[in-house]
Design a protein around this ligand. Structure first.
Ligand code: PLP
Length: 408
């Protein structure tokens, strides 16, 4: 078996058919990045890794302890037959959400646990889209939106996000015939990969647009808690009427350094959540109950770990952006996310710059083009620097870029 564009091969299985939808799917960008990273390290390069956005700090100890306790309770060892999710976890999220955004959620109807945000974002497409429908997705954006919509047989219309307009989509620019066929719009704020944020007025216009066009908005808020300089992300559900036309996807992954645990939430429009629950109950069997108990401990326990993490990323952001400014590469400081989105100096494509950085400076970044056509001309630094002594490594990366990479 061989899937186009990928390295994967199952020996002795040459004759097996791979479905067309998979053949049309490009390799997951981070799988490619992992391959490039392995190869570079094998060649003996001391790689400074700003590639994947995967927190390098441990999960807070009280959350790990909650898992230890919960895993010792045999009740958690069985199937998760709760439907929407463990009531204790859903209640903890609702309470957290109310405290954070001032919005009340009914934990029985308006909250659904996910096996990570990615799972929910992907499965949502199957619950909303019929073949031939249109899904609207941001460009640049998380590649999962496109692939999920494509798997559901829908056409994807990309909404370009431009630096000049704060990386917000121009809803008026969506052609009427496209908007009329659109059933689902994916958006993400704080935005990955650009680090842009959205404010109330845009959200009000978005809800109006969604109601007028009768489409579901899915706002990916995986980075809601990573914000800097005192900025705090707003929620879409704060807008009146949003709960009838929108859901938000949340995650404990980046907030509590829990990417490997696989736990997220969908909140908002109860009908959309009913549909997603129905699909999920046919495809998966919920999430490990012990992990949901630990998730509840994360949400209802002390939040100083989140503040600490914000300080860590903010310091790294400043070291990187200020350091690169000193060597003549000016990059705006993001208010949120763990990414720095940098325009490539003149003469470089995204891929060309990423390759130069890895080859000449041993600095791994993601080419912006991995996130869509509009990402061409940019690269993404993740502030989740893998390894140890991250601040030293960031200084070292800046020094190597100054010495080894032509920036003008
Ligand atoms: C924009 C965006 N959404 C969702 C996710 C996935 O989050 P989770 O770990 O909860 O599946 C990521 C992961 O990097 C992401 O960048």
């Amino acid at each position: 078996m061989r899937s186009e564009g990928s390295e994967s091969r199952i020996e002795g299985d040459e004759g097996m058919q791979v479905a067309d939808r998979l053949l049309r799917t490009p390799p997951y960008p981070f799988a490619e990045l992992a391959r490039l990273k392995r190869k570079t390290i094998e060649q003996g390069t001391d790689l400074i890794d700003f590639g994947i956005g995967d927190p390098d700090q441990p999960t807070p100890e009280h959350v790990v302890e909650a898992l230890r306790q919960a895993a010792g309770d045999p009740v958690t060892h069985r199937y998760d037959e709760t439907g929407r999710g463990l009531p204790e976890f859903l209640a903890a999220f609702s309470a957290w959400y109310r405290g954070r955004f001032g919005v009340a959620l009914d934990p029985e109807r308006e909250v659904l646990r996910l096996i990570g945000a990615k799972e929910g974002l992907a499965h949502l497409a199957w619950t909303v889209l019929n073949p031939g429908d249109v899904a609207l997705a941001p460009d640049p954006g998380y590649p999962v939106y496109k692939v999920a919509a494509m798997f559901a047989g829908a056409q994807v219309h990309f909404m370009p996000l431009r630096e000049e307009t704060g990386y917000l989509p121009d809803l008026e620019a969506i052609p009427a015939e496209v908007a009329d066929r659109a059933r689902l719009m994916y958006l993400c704020y704080p935005q990955m990969p650009t680090g842009a944020v959205a404010e109330g007025d845009f959200y009000r216009r978005l809800v109006e647009f969604a109601r007028e066009k009768d489409l579901l908005v899915c706002l990916d808020m995986a980075y809601s808690e990573l914000s800097y300089d005192g900025y705090r992300t707003q929620s879409l559900l704060q807008v009146e009427g949003a709960k009838e036309t929108a859901i938000e996807i949340h995650s404990v992954s980046k907030t509590y350094n829990m990417t490997g645990w696989r736990l997220g939430l969908a909140v908002g429009d109860a009908e959309a959540l009913d549909a997603l629950e129905k699909l999920k109950s046919n495809l998966d069997s919920g999430a490990f109950l012990a992990i949901q108990r630990a998730g509840a401990a994360a949400l209802s326990g002390p939040q100083d770990c989140v503040e600490r993490m914000r300080r860590i990323y903010q310091r790294r952001r400043d070291l990187l952006v200020d350091g690169l400014a000193e060597v003549g590469w000016r990059i705006p400081k993001p208010k949120a996310t763990c990414y720095v989105w940098a325009r490539a100096p003149a003469g470089y494509t995204s891929a060309g710059l990423a390759e130069t950085l890895v080859r000449d400076a041993g600095v791994l970044v993601t080419p912006g083009s991995a996130y869509g056509e509009m990402g061409e001309g940019y690269i993404r630094f993740s502030l989740t620097v893998q390894g140890e002594r991250q601040e030293e490594r960031i200084r070292e990366a800046v020094a190597r870029i100054r010495e080894k990479v032509r920036l003008k």
